[in-house]
Design a protein around this ligand. Structure first.
Ligand SMILES: C[S@@+](CC[C@H](N)C(=O)[O-])C[C@H]1O[C@@H](n2cnc3c(N)ncnc32)[C@H](O)[C@@H]1O
Length: 391
């Protein structure tokens, strides 16, 4: 069994009694599922339950998650300038004829929605589609309190994909939260799953299903054979997700923002321990079996697999650029300067810090990418052109 799934010496603050009791309820539900399946579930099924089991999973339960009180921060939590820049891109697309509606997947705390609605007065509708019933309630509370009634009434919460959507689709840090399979090469490929040993969750390996095996073999056929003891994740959700999205869109521009790599980097022989990480109270480690329901579990995005899935589903790719370039090309520095003119020294320092975190290569600027595509629309997106690079 690979050894990387541990807390890497990171000291995790022990959860309180209520949190532990919550986690134990989820563990019991997972053990129940393991027994139903004859002693083992794939890691993808474990991750699905750990994050999304109704009422118990990390995203389904009422823990803080985002921001200082939670487990991690995302770009809209770091600075409203993130949503401002996306809003500039939205305005440019709408001015060229894209539909004046947004469909945001996984809206988190609701901050990105507020930032975009405040920056894009021409938007007529803002749909939110989130798997988490708890987050939907949290988004409603936040947006009602922070937006004018006029802007708030543009928002609706969907429980399934719309039909004939005409507008702009956004997904910030959503694809990394999709369940993944874990594959391990030991002579032949095996898949890692979760079983139960003496009442505790434990790693188990099993012969991979055909879809996982076909996918990893086609990656090896494309990039070369991977070495023994190589372990990595595989996301088989991109294809059904993009297919369902394409079917629901009449005309659309889609912007996917996330951390990830192109496939040659994702499955580089030297990256032999995968990219699975867990966030627990701002500590980052790689033991997904610890404190289920109390910590986030994520895997980096394979952007080539996404692009292939999107093209097969009927989208036309526009391109992919690092987040830093995308934000700079959509007015990040100009907005920072405008905000600085209106603020005192402490606030100016905060704005400068936010610009650096969002855009510097060693911060979020390179690790996060923006992947853009469209369906039945052909619009200019200068921010997606690599030769227009800044910084
Ligand atoms: C890491 S959080 C990101 C939240 C937010 N976009 C942000 O940037 O702060 C992941 C979000 O994606 C949602 N999510 C994951 N898979 C989803 C899917 N297939 N459809 C809709 N929402 C999804 C989760 O419920 C959660 O709100």
């Amino acid at each position: 069994m690979p050894t990387q799934f541990n807390t890497q010496g990171v000291e995790l603050p022990p959860p309180g009694k209520t949190a532990l009791a919550h986690s134990s309820r989820l563990v019991q539900a997972i053990i129940g599922r393991i027994e139903q399946r004859g002693g083992l579930i794939g890691f993808d099924e474990y991750m699905q339950m750990a994050l999304y089991e109704p009422g118990l999973g990390y995203y389904s339960a009422a823990t803080p998650k985002f921001g200082a009180q939670g487990d991690f921060v995302t770009a809209p939590e770091i600075s409203p300038m993130f949503g401002f820049c996306l809003g500039q891109q939205v305005n440019a697309l709408v001015a060229q004829g894209a539909g004046a509606g947004i469909l945001e997947f996984g809206a988190g705390s609701g901050k990105l929605c507020a930032q975009i609605l405040n920056s894009s007065p021409g938007l007529e509708q803002y749909h939110i589609l989130d798997l988490s019933a708890e987050l939907k309630q949290r988004q409603k509370r936040y947006l009602r309190a922070h937006l004018s009634a006029e802007l708030f009434h543009k928002i609706d919460w969907l429980s399934s994909l719309p039909t004939d959507f005409d507008g702009i689709v956004l997904a910030n840090e959503v694809l990394d939260a999709m369940p993944v399979h874990i594959l391990l090469k030991q002579g032949d490929w095996a898949e890692l799953g979760v079983g139960c040993d003496g009442g505790k969750l434990s790693w188990q390996s099993f012969a991979p299903g055909k879809p996982s095996l076909d996918a990893i073999r086609s990656i090896e056929a494309r990039l070369g054979e991977l070495p023994d003891n190589y372990c990595s994740e595989l996301n088989l959700n991109y294809s059904p997700w993009f297919t369902a999205l394409a079917e629901s869109c009449k005309r659309a521009v889609v912007l996917i923002i996330d951390y990830g790599y192109e496939q040659a980097h994702y499955y580089h022989p030297a990256r032999s321990r995968g990219s699975l990480i867990c966030h627990y109270q701002h500590r980052v480690h790689s033991d997904p079996l610890i404190y289920p329901g109390l910590q986030d579990i994520t895997a980096f995005v394979d952007f080539d697999a996404c692009a292939d899935a999107a093209e097969n589903a009927g989208f036309e790719l526009v391109g992919m650029v690092p987040q830093g370039r995308f934000l700079l090309a959509n007015g990040l520095l100009e907005e920072a300067q405008r905000q600085s003119l209106e603020s005192d020294t402490a606030a100016q320092l905060a704005v400068s810090q936010q610009v650096q975190t969002l855009s510097l290569p060693q911060e979020m600027g390179e690790k996060f990418k923006v992947l853009a595509m469209h369906k039945n629309l052909s619009l200019e997106m200068p921010a997606m052109r690599r030769e227009r690079a800044y910084g």
